[in-house]
Design a protein. Structure first.
Length: 717
C-alpha cells in the first residue's frame, strides 16, 4: 500500500479522542457501550463456563426451570458474566488487530481459539449486504464503426477493458485496441490501466478532425461539433496536440482555444451519461412493482391481478423552478362483477403529493389524507355503506396507496394524482424528469403536455422524446402523444436560457427580466399584495487548476445502519474512490460508539488500495450508537495532520450516514463549532432518516456540499 506520511508522525489512537465526563451515569453508559478496557476474566472460570455451555448445547436437551427470586438473581449474574466473556473476547480480537495489519486476517468472520469447544465457529455479525454485480456492457471490436441515432446512447467496452459512453448523433471507429477515431458527436472515456512497461502502448488515443488527444489511465470527454473538438478532463490529465501544457482534472479545453480553463460541474457537463451509468449496476432495491401507478385487485380465486390501463395523460406545469405534475389514468375492469382494489403510486424522491381524485360514475371525488389508523376505520365504515372511500395512505419510502371501492363491472375507473417538486437548476438550465416504468405492458393512449410559464423564449431540449412546440400568452407548450406504446422510458426535459432575438419586441416585464444573464427579476400578485424577487449571481473567480484534495471518509457504523443502508454507504465510497484524482490522498474510519481507522497513514488512490478499503468496510460490524462529537474530533485531527504535512492540499471531510448524535455532546452549535476554517465538509445523508440541519449548516459554513441518497436511487451516477 502506498503511504504519504512520514513514519515518525504521531499516531492517532482511540484514547486520544476520548472526552472525559464527570457524570457517573454517563461514565457507566460509556463503559457499557464502548468497553474500551474490559476487565480481565479468570481463564479457569472462562474455560469452565464455555465447557458447560458446549456440553449443554451438544446434548440437544432443553429444560424448563422453575426459579425463585434468589435463583433468578444468580442466573442473571451468570448471563452477565457470559456476555462479558463474549464481549471481552470480541473486543480483544478487534484491539489486537493493528489497523495496518493484513486485511484478510483482520476481516475473518470467525472467532478462533477462544476455547476448544467453539473454535472455528462463525460469529454472526450485522454487516453490509453483499455487493451488487456490474451489468455487462456491449463490446466493440477493432475496426468496428458505431453510429448512434437522434435519441440513441450506448455504453461499450474496448478489448483492453476501457469503457466508452457514446452520446446521440455520434460516429466513431475503434482503430486499434486503445485508439478511437471520433468523426462527430460526444464520448466519455474511462481508461483502464494497461499492464505494460511500454509507455506508448499504455496511452489511449482519440483522433478528431482537428485535434489528437492522448491519455493515460484517466477519464475525459471529447465533444466534436462542426469539426471543432472540446476536451473535458474529470480525472488525471490528457495531452492535446495543439496545446503546450496538459489539460488537468477539473479543466476544459474549449473548441478553438489553446488555454485550458476551469470546467463546470462534471455532473452538469456529462448529464447525458446519467442513465447509462445508472444502468451499469444492478439496483440495490428492486424497481417498484407499481412504477407509474397500478390498480391492484383480487380475482374470484383470491389471486392478485391488475386492471388494464387504457389511457394515461401526464400534464406538467413549470414555473419559477417548481413543477406540478398531474397524472390522469383510466383503468378498465374486464370482470363481470364489482371489485375492490388498491391503487399504488410511487412518487419521485424529491416530490410531495398535492392532490388525489377519483371518478365514481361521472362524479369526481377528491381524496383526503388522514392518520393511518383513523383511515382504516373510515374506510370500513364507508365500504359498509357501499360508497367509494377515496382515502390516501402513505406506505413507506415514497409510495402511496389508496383503497378503491367499488370498481364496477365492465366499466372504466379513472384516477387523478398530482405532486409537486423543486427542479434541479445549474448554470442557467433547469431539468425535469417524469419517471416511467409502468408494469402493465402497453398502454392504449399515452399523452404528455408541459406548460412552461413565461417560457415562450426559452430554449428547450428533450433527449428522450420528440415534442411538438407552441406558444400562447408568453407560455411555452410542449406535447407528445402515442398509441399502443410501452411507457418504459423516462420523459426528460431541459430548459435553458432565453433565445437571442430583437429586444425591441419585448414588453416591459420581459425587458426587466433581461437585465443580465446573471440577474433575474420576478414579480407575482396574490390578492391585494404584489411580491418582487431579484436574483443576482455574481461571477466568482476561481483557480485555473484545482488544488489536490485529501479526503477523510467518516463512515457511520452504528446500529441504526441496517445492511442495506450500509451497502449504499460502501458503494458511495467505492464510486468516490474510483473517480478520485491521482494527486489526491484519503483516510477512512468507521464511527459508532468509538472510531476505528482503516490505516494509521494516509493512502494514495489506486485500484488495489480501493479494493482493500471496500473489503474492510463490507465487514464492518454495525453496532452501538453514534458519538458524533468523537467522530468529528477524529476527522479534524486527520485534517490537521494533512495541513501540517502538505499545506497545498485541500482537506475535505465526507460523512456518510445520519449525522444524528446519540452519545456524547449533542448540542448542535457546539458540534458545528468543532469544524475548523479551511476544511470543507461534505454531508451525505444515506436513507430517509438524516439530520439535514447539521449537514447543511456544516456544508454552508465550510463552502462544502450536503445531499441525500437513498438505496433505491442510481448510486453510480
Amino acid at each position: 500500500m502506498n503511504q504519504t506520511h512520514d513514519n515518525n508522525q504521531p499516531t492517532i489512537r482511540d484514547n486520544d479522542l476520548q472526552r472525559p465526563s464527570t457524570n457517573p451515569g454517563e461514565q457507566n453508559v460509556d463503559r457499557l457501550l464502548t468497553i474500551y478496557a474490559p476487565e480481565a476474566i479468570d481463564p479457569a472460570f472462562e474455560q469452565d463456563v464455555l465447557d458447560r455451555m458446549q456440553t449443554l448445547a451438544a446434548s440437544g436437551q432443553t429444560h424448563r426451570l422453575k426459579l425463585g427470586p434468589a435463583q433468578w438473581l444468580i442466573a442473571a449474574a451468570m448471563l452477565a458474566l457470559v456476555a462479558m466473556i463474549v464481549v471481552a473476547a470480541w473486543n480483544t480480537l478487534n484491539n489486537d488487530a493493528s489497523p495496518s495489519a493484513d486485511l484478510a486476517k483482520r476481516n475473518q468472520p470467525a472467532i478462533a481459539n477462544i476455547s476448544h469447544g467453539i473454535a472455528n465457529k462463525p460469529f454472526t455479525r450485522i454487516t453490509a449486504q453483499p455487493s451488487v454485480q456490474l451489468q455487462p456492457a456491449g463490446r466493440v471490436t477493432i475496426g468496428q464503426t458505431i453510429e448512434t441515432g437522434a435519441r440513441e446512447k450506448r455504453r461499450v467496452t474496448t478489448p483492453d477493458g476501457s469503457v466508452l459512453y457514446i452520446n446521440a448523433h455520434t460516429k466513431l471507429k475503434l482503430q486499434a485496441e486503445r485508439h478511437v477515431v471520433l468523426a462527430r458527436g460526444q464520448i466519455f472515456v474511462e481508461v483502464t490501466p494497461y499492464q505494460t512497461s511500454a509507455r506508448n502502448a499504455a496511452t489511449f488515443h482519440v483522433d478528431t478532425p482537428s485535434r489528437h488527444v492522448t491519455a493515460l489511465a484517466t477519464k475525459f470527454a471529447v465533444d466534436v461539433t462542426q469539426s471543432a473538438a472540446e476536451i473535458l478532463v474529470t480525472q488525471g490529465k490528457v495531452k492535446v496536440s495543439d496545446v503546450a501544457q496538459p489539460v488537468q482534472s477539473g479543466q476544459v479545453l474549449r473548441a478553438g482555444s489553446t488555454q485550458p480553463e476551469p470546467a463546470t460541474r462534471a455532473s452538469h457537463a456529462l448529464d447525458w451519461t446519467a442513465q447509462l451509468m445508472a444502468a451499469s449496476e444492478s439496483p440495490l432495491v428492486p424497481a417498484s412493482d407499481y412504477a407509474g401507478g397500478a390498480l391492484v385487485v383480487e380475482d374470484a380465486a383470491g389471486n392478485e391481478g391488475r386492471l388494464t390501463l387504457r389511457q394515461i395523460h401526464v400534464d406538467v406545469h413549470i414555473e419559477d423552478g417548481f413543477a406540478r405534475t398531474t397524472v390522469d389514468q383510466v383503468y378498465f375492469n374486464h370482470e363481470h362483477r364489482q371489485m375492490e382494489g388498491t391503487f399504488y403510486f410511487p412518487l419521485p424522491t424529491n416530490a410531495s403529493i398535492s392532490r388525489l381524485a377519483m371518478y365514481v360514475g361521472r362524479q369526481l371525488n377528491e381524496a383526503g389524507m388522514i392518520e393511518r389508523k383513523r383511515g382504516r376505520e373510515v374506510f370500513e365504515d364507508i365500504v359498509y355503506q357501499r360508497r367509494d372511500p377515496a382515502l390516501l395512505e402513505w406506505m413507506d419510502g415514497s409510495t402511496f396507496r389508496m383503497r378503491v371501492f367499488p370498481i364496477e363491472a365492465r366499466e372504466n375507473k379513472r384516477i387523478i394524482i398530482s405532486y409537486t417538486q423543486k427542479l434541479d437548476d445549474a448554470y442557467g438550465r433547469t431539468s425535469y424528469r417524469f419517471p416511467a416504468g409502468h408494469s402493465l405492458g402497453k398502454v392504449g393512449i399515452w399523452s404528455f403536455h408541459a406548460c412552461v410559464k413565461n417560457g415562450a423564449n426559452v430554449k428547450y431540449d428533450s433527449p428522450t422524446h420528440e415534442l411538438s412546440v407552441s406558444a400562447t400568452n408568453h407560455d411555452l407548450h410542449l406535447r407528445a402523444t402515442a398509441t399502443d406504446v410501452r411507457t418504459d422510458k423516462d420523459v426528460v426535459l431541459h430548459l435553458g436560457r432565453p433565445l437571442k432575438h430583437d429586444a425591441n419586441k419585448l414588453n416591459a416585464a420581459e425587458q426587466n427580466n433581461r437585465v443580465s444573464p446573471r440577474t433575474q427579476f420576478r414579480s407575482f400578485v396574490q390578492g391585494e399584495h404584489r411580491y418582487v424577487m431579484v436574483r443576482h449571481r455574481p461571477k466568482l473567480e476561481s483557480a485555473n487548476l484545482p488544488a489536490p484534495r485529501h479526503w477523510v471518509f467518516l463512515f457511520e457504523s452504528s446500529a441504526d445502519r441496517n445492511p442495506l443502508l450500509a451497502r449504499a454507504q460502501v458503494d458511495i465510497v467505492r464510486h468516490m474512490l474510483r473517480n478520485m484524482d491521482h494527486r489526491d490522498t484519503f483516510d477512512v474510519f468507521t464511527a459508532g460508539a468509538r472510531v476505528r481507522p482503516f490505516a494509521q497513514k494516509t493512502i494514495k488512490p489506486s485500484q488495489a488500495n480501493a479494493d482493500k478499503v471496500i473489503a474492510w468496510l463490507e465487514q464492518t460490524h454495525l453496532i452501538g450508537a453514534l458519538d458524533l462529537h468523537q467522530a468529528w474530533q477524529h476527522a479534524v485531527k486527520l485534517t490537521t495532520l494533512t495541513k501540517t504535512n502538505d499545506p497545498q492540499k485541500q482537506p475535505v471531510i465526507v460523512q456518510l450516514g445520519t449525522a444524528i448524535p446519540a452519545l456524547g455532546d449533542r448540542n448542535e452549535q457546539s458540534l458545528l463549532g468543532q469544524l475548523p476554517d479551511g476544511v470543507q465538509y461534505v454531508g451525505i445523508g444515506v436513507g430517509k432518516r438524516w439530520s439535514a440541519a447539521i449537514m447543511r449548516q456544516a456544508a454552508a459554513r465550510s463552502g462544502g456540499y450536503a445531499t441525500q441518497i437513498n438505496p433505491d436511487e442510481p448510486i453510480a451516477w
